[in-house]
Structure formats: structure tokens, C-alpha cells
Design a binder for this molecule. Structure first.
Ligand code: SF4
Length: 451
């Protein structure tokens, strides 16, 4: 079997071999030189298989099979890919891995909400949250470790940005959630006859998969599972919706978020409809049209205030892209219609943004820009050192009534997962919790950077 783990550097000078992974564009290098396939589209997987020695036809075929196993079946071990030749499976495992973010901690709220503290391969922590409802289950996915913005009501905003999450780390959250909820099709892998090491070696020696395999697309040679025997039902899933609303500003990590959501929407893989995916932005205006065109998911906007002064304070990106500019970008958002309304998130802060005048101004703005809109009123979720208090229930109700009476839906969201700090604006890894003085210093730094 050819050793493709190490490759010479092309050109006249070849000072030392480097791991193949370092030469693979778009792939995070691993110390062992293997390539993590999670986060890669089918075409890229085929290119990697070809680079590892398969001929073009076999590479395409294997990529199609492997993609299906990764994203539709959720397997985490090449040995479970039962329609791939037995000899091929160790060959794959030698060169590739099927990654998942590491779970550091899993918490359950008394209301059923679940929060996971996750860790990247290079040791950075981030969080994801699952919120079950009567008719849906929503996974709140993170796009960055930390955040560059410092929305004043948001605990994540008090973290520095550590780095963008990769495509694999974003789509890996959805895969982890399906693992945890037991929502992969019920492949009968337990009945698979697991070969012993001697059998694996004999199989590996009997064929050289790198020289191509006689397998035919869709034809299962070693297949011993019953496709119809599984209990999987698309309609019975717990995880039905995704919101890009966890840690980070998704439009500041646009390419990775786009590529991850394309994998989530791929009909051969996770196959979640774009109508069930919502991307929430604090208002990165220059990226909004691109988001509609290239991703096409539902849009949510963290509005939170209707006057320049207050929004400048609560959502400081407003100093760069003001309310008018933001609402015009919403009016221009590709695909927005009465059937696909834009959601405006509005956190209710006592004596800050919750007056009757604020509610009336909100209605005026939404009507002025003719926005197909719904408004989510979010009672503020306090966190240690937070500079605001939540509006009273009566105030929230009065605000909601004004908006409703103008013909715009404005439900009050029930806070979820407060007891495990999983509610909106509360995500913050424990290692990053800071004193009030540190927070003030960080706010000042970030505000100076915003200008
Ligand atoms: S609300 Fe979103 S964009 Fe604003 S600081 Fe929090 S994580 Fe960042």
C-alpha cells in the first residue's frame, strides 16, 4: 500500500516532508496527518480520495457513499460503513477521521432545555443549546468562540473573540445534537459481524483499494443492514429547527456559516429545509443580501431599540450601520415575504427601551419600510454583572399590545433554560466569567475599536 501520509514539497527544494493535511486546502491540519472529513462537501471528499490514490471514478463513488454515511446515517467509524468494501474501510481510517467537537459538559434544565459545553480540537470552549417545544425542537448553534461585538445585554459579548468556528465545528454541533437525541436512522450496525484484526489484515491484503474498487454506485457488497428495518422517521424527529443564534455574529464568519448550512440543507445528508433554519444577525448590513442570495435561510435581526442613542448603547454595531440602513437591508432581503417574515428580536430592558413611545416607534419603522415582520419580545435574562434589569411583566404586556394592535405579531418569549444559563444572551463559557471591573474595561476597549 503506498504511503500517502507524507508528501514531498513540490519544486526544486524539498527540505523536509510535511504532513499531507498541511497541503490540503480548507482542511484544519491534525498532528497525526489524517484529514477530518466533517465539514467537507462531497466534491471535496472526492478530491481528497483521488489525491490519496483512488482513480477519479472510484473517488467520486466512494465520496458519495461516505458522504451518505457521515451526514445521513451519522456514523463515526469507517468500520460501520457496511456498503463499502471491507478492505477499503481500514484504508480510509488510516487517512481520514470523522470528527465531532468534544463534549466537556452536558446540562439539563428543569424545563427540558439542554446545554452542551463543547471544545474544539485546539482546546477552545463554546456552547450549543437545544430547546424542545410541543411542536418543534430548536438547536441554537454557535458560529464563533466569543464575539467581536459587545451587545450590552449579552453575556457572550463580554468575551473576546477567540476565533471563528470552522465549517466542521459548526455542522458538528448539529451532528452532536442528533447523536445525543438518538436521531440518526436506525442502521442495524449491531448485527454487523465485526471482523477481528486478522480478518481486517487479510481483507486489506486481498485488495488494494487505492487502485480502485469494483464497487458500483448504490450497490451494497458487504451490506448487512436492513434499510427498512430502522425505526427512523423524518416526521418524528425531535430536532426540527436550527437557529444561528448561539455564540458569535454569524455574518462575521460568513463563508464557514454558509458552507456549514449548505451541508445541513443537503438533501443527501442532514436534509433540513432552509425554511427551518434561521440566521440571526446584530446588523452586519453589507453581508445581509449575500446571506439571502447564497444561503437563503430565514433572517432574524437583533433590533432591541428604535432610537439611535439607545441602539448605539445596546447594540454598538449600530454606530457603523444605523437603524435606517439596517431596515432598508431587511426590506431588500432576498426571499422575504409575508410567508417568510423577518423576525425582529427585541430584548425588554427596564426603563431603557420598553416605553409606549418605543413600541409606537417600532410600529412606525416596520410599516415605513413595509417589512413583512414579526417581533419577538424577549424578557431580559440577567447574568452576574449585567448592567440592566428586565422590564416588568405589565410593561412587556403593554408594549406587546401596542404592536399587536398595529397588526404585527409580537409574542412574548418564555425564557428557557435560565437555571443552566442557557437562555438568550446568557451563553458564556465558565472559564471566561469576569468581574464587573474587567467587564467595564473590556467594554471600553471594544467600543474604542468600533470608533
Ligand atoms: S448578541 Fe450576538 S452579536 Fe451581540 S454580543 Fe451577543 S453573541 Fe455577539
Amino acid at each position: 500500500m503506498p504511503d500517502t501520509t507524507l508528501m514531498p514539497i513540490p519544486g526544486h527544494i524539498d527540505p523536509m516532508p510535511v504532513p499531507r493535511a498541511n497541503l490540503v486546502e480548507g482542511v484544519t491540519p491534525r498532528e497525526d496527518g489524517r484529514v477530518d472529513l466533517i465539514g467537507l462537501p462531497k466534491k471535496r471528499i472526492a478530491e481528497l480520495f483521488e489525491a490519496a490514490g483512488l482513480d477519479a471514478k472510484a473517488a467520486k463513488l466512494r465520496a458519495k457513499q461516505v458522504f451518505h454515511w457521515l451526514y445521513h446515517r451519522g456514523v463515526t467509524d469507517f468500520a460501520d460503513m457496511t456498503d463499502i468494501a471491507k478492505a477499503m474501510r481500514p484504508w480510509l481510517a488510516e487517512r481520514f477521521v470523522i470528527g465531532r467537537p468534544e463534549i466537556v459538559e452536558a446540562q439539563h434544565s428543569s424545563d427540558g432545555t439542554r446545554k452542551w459545553l463543547l471544545r474544539t480540537a485546539d482546546g477552545h470552549d463554546f456552547e450549543m443549546v437545544f430547546i424542545p417545544d410541543a411542536d418543534r425542537g430548536t438547536l441554537c448553534v454557535s458560529s464563533q468562540v466569543g464575539c467581536t461585538l459587545n451587545c450590552r445585554f449579552c453575556h457572550t459579548g463580554t468575551m473576546r473573540l477567540v476565533r471563528n468556528l470552522t465549517v466542521g465545528e459548526i455542522v458538528g454541533q448539529v451532528m452532536l445534537a442528533r447523536d445525543a437525541l438518538g436521531e440518526w436512522p436506525n442502521a442495524n450496525v449491531s448485527s454487523r459481524q465485526t471482523p477481528g484484526p486478522a480478518e481486517v489484515l487479510a481483507n486489506a491484503l486481498s485488495t488494494n483499494p487505492a487502485e480502485g474498487s469494483p464497487a458500483v454506485p448504490g450497490q451494497a457488497r458487504d451490506d448487512d443492514w436492513d434499510e427498512d428495518g430502522g425505526s427512523y422517521s423524518a416526521d418524528g424527529r425531535l430536532l426540527t429547527n436550527i437557529v444561528m443564534m448561539g455564540m458569535g455574529e454569524p455574518l462575521y464568519n460568513f463563508d464557514n456559516v454558509r458552507d456549514a448550512l449548505k451541508l445541513v440543507m443537503d438533501g443527501d445528508g442532514l436534509a433540513l429545509s432552509k425554511r427551518r433554519i434561521t440566521l440571526s444577525t446584530s446588523g452586519v448590513v453589507p453581508k445581509m443580501a449575500q446571506c439571502g442570495e447564497e444561503i437563503g435561510v430565514n433572517l432574524a435581526v437583533s433590533l432591541h431599540a428604535v432610537t439611535k442613542d439607545v441602539r448605539d448603547e445596546i447594540v454598538p454595531i449600530n454606530r457603523k450601520y444605523g437603524i435606517e440602513e439596517l431596515l432598508q437591508a431587511c426590506a431588500d432581503y432576498p426571499g422575504a415575504s409575508n410567508a417568510r417574515r423577518i423576525t425582529f428580536e427585541y430584548v425588554m430592558l427596564k426603563d431603557k427601551n420598553d416605553s409606549d413611545d418605543d413600541a409606537r416607534e417600532l410600529v412606525r419603522l416596520l410599516k415605513h419600510y413595509r417589512l413583512p415582520a414579526k417581533v419577538n419580545l424577549i424578557p431580559f435574562n440577567p447574568w452576574p454583572g449585567a448592567p440592566y434589569e428586565c422590564s416588568t411583566p405589565e410593561r412587556i404586556r403593554a408594549f406587546s399590545d401596542i404592536v399587536f394592535e398595529a397588526g404585527i405579531s409580537a409574542p412574548v418569549r418564555t425564557p428557557r433554560g435560565r437555571d443552566i444559563d442557557a437562555a438568550c444572551g446568557q451563553l458564556k463559557t465558565a472559564a471566561e466569567r469576569k468581574s464587573r471591573a474587567e467587564l467595564e474595561r473590556l467594554y471600553a476597549e471594544k467600543e474604542a475599536a468600533l470608533g
